[in-house]
Design a protein around this ligand. Structure first.
Ligand code: ADP
Length: 424
């Protein structure tokens, strides 16, 4: 077993491309940590720096309490599984799995026994005498896993090991990886861009975007209590509703979120109210998952929005409704583009706040909806996405009212960070 600590680790590729930006992260002994994020966010770069396949530009890597920045890969006791298995084509399955032990000059009888035993656990014992070219994708990944596991390293690093497999095989192997790795108790860092894989496999998930760590927590923590708007949006199987609001505290009676044509009031008894009131007169972003909104009759007097149904969409197990409610759409705030950043440039500066200024500049306190600039590419009216379950209660063109579950709305600063701090 092994712990991994990344202390302000930075990777700059040639051409000043900042692939990983001052990242702090810790994987505990025996933990299954998943690195999640969109393609190109720096997950593989991070994994390769831990393996010693990529140099660290700045910051420190500690493996089991030992500074490992310059430790050669072979001295790290790390096994890596890649997306494509990368097996030796002229060796049999047994030969591939045995290879790391043969290199280590282990006793041949012991090697034979361990490989046979492990092949049963991985359900490839029938294929031991075959060559990789005759195996299915799922079998090849099992062999690759076997080869990584066979010498019981201190650390497993897995880089999208399931992404080349079909959906059924992915689910099956996902469950097996989880059971196997946990039974061995080896610290595992697993890279994926698939939120379902991350949520189902991880003890904890670390989410990256554009080389910047966004959030770390258990799957339930980051799903229910995300640190940033990006995390909330990334972990949403449907699109997250993200709206801009002005904060007001009229006569100090309550906190008002003013969306222009719609308003929501939050009583002072709400634990988030004080933190939000600190932004009085300013703008915030409000995130709502489509299942935090529910159709209600027009007479409903609780927190709600009203609008017109623009479209309904059938998803097999559910219907989604797109409501036109006259509120401006807000893009999910992102860290600055790494291609435009010099190494050592200040994080979070420039591009993003500039975007927010442009977005909000035309919004006047009283009637933000009047100021929409549809042609500018910045303001357009948002569709509010509402999850309807398996019955489409509306038809396109209907007037519609939705109740807002205030306990489930998430409130972010214009740069995307949560206003009320997430619990970790
Ligand atoms: P992910 O694994 O999240 O898809 P990567 O870590 O592979 O992302 O890449 C992060 C960014 O760094 C990408 O934009 C990629 O194009 C860039 N990158 C990766 N490897 C190199 C390299 N050797 N030289 C220059 N840029 C690279």
């Amino acid at each position: 077993m092994s712990s991994v600590v990344l202390d302000s680790v930075t990777k700059v590729y040639p051409g000043d491309y900042l692939a990983v930006d001052r990242l702090n992260l810790r994987a505990e002994d025996g933990e299954f940590l998943v690195l999640l994020g969109p393609s190109g966010c720096g997950k593989s770069t991070l994994l390769r720096m831990i393996a010693g396949l990529e140099a660290i530009t700045e910051g420190d890597l500690w493996l089991d309490g030992q500074l490992a920045n310059h430790l050669p890969p072979r001295d790290r006791d790390v096994a890596m599984v890649f997306q494509n298995g990368a097996l030796y084509p002229h060796r049999t399955v047994r030969g591939n799995m045995a290879f790391p032990l043969e290199i280590a000059k282990s006793d041949p009888a012991l090697v034979r026994e361990r490989v046979t035993e492990l092949s049963k656990v991985l359900h490839i014992n029938e294929t031991l005498d075959r060559r990789p070219g005759t195996l299915s994708g799922g079998q090849r990944q099992r062999v690759a896993m076997g080869r990584a596991i066979v010498r019981q390293p201190k650390l497993f690093l897995m880089d999208e090991p399931l992404s080349n497999l079909d959906a059924g095989m992915r689910t099956e192997l996902r469950m097996e990886i989880s059971a196997l790795v946990r039974s061995l108790g080896v610290t595992t860092i697993y890279v994926t861009h698939d939120q379902v894989e991350a949520l189902t496999l991880a003890d904890r998930i670390a989410i990256l975007n554009r080389g910047v760590l966004q959030d770390v927590g258990t799957p339930a923590q980051i799903y229910n209590d995300p640190a940033t708007a990006f995390v909330a949006a990334f972990l949403n199987s449907q699109q997250l509703n993200l709206l801009a609001a002005t904060v007001r505290t009229p006569q100090n009676q309550y906190v008002l979120l003013d969306f222009g044509p719609h308003r929501l009031t939050m009583p002072w008894s709400d634990p988030r109210a004080y933190a939000i009131s600190q932004h009085t007169g300013g703008h915030v972003l409000v995130g709502m998952r489509p299942d935090g909104l529910a159709p209600v009759p027009e007479s409903y007097e609780g927190p709600s929005f009203f609008g017109r149904v623009r479209a309904l969409e059938y998803h097999g197990h559910e219907w989604l409704a797109y409501l036109e409610c006259g509120m401006p759409a807000v893009p999910v705030p992102e860290p600055p583009d790494p291609r435009r950043r010099a190494p050592g440039a200040k994080n979070g500066s420039g591009g993003l706040s500039g975007l927010m200024r442009r977005m909000f500049a035309p919004v006047q306190e009283e009637e933000p909806q009047e100021q929409e600039r549809v042609g500018s590419g910045i303001h357009r009216r948002a569709d509010l996405i509402v999850r309807l379950g398996n019955r489409p209660v509306w038809r396109a063109g209907d007037a519609a009212k939705v109740a807002v579950d205030l306990s489930r709305i998430m409130i972010f600063r214009p740069d995307g960070a949560r206003i009320d701090p997430p619990r970790r």
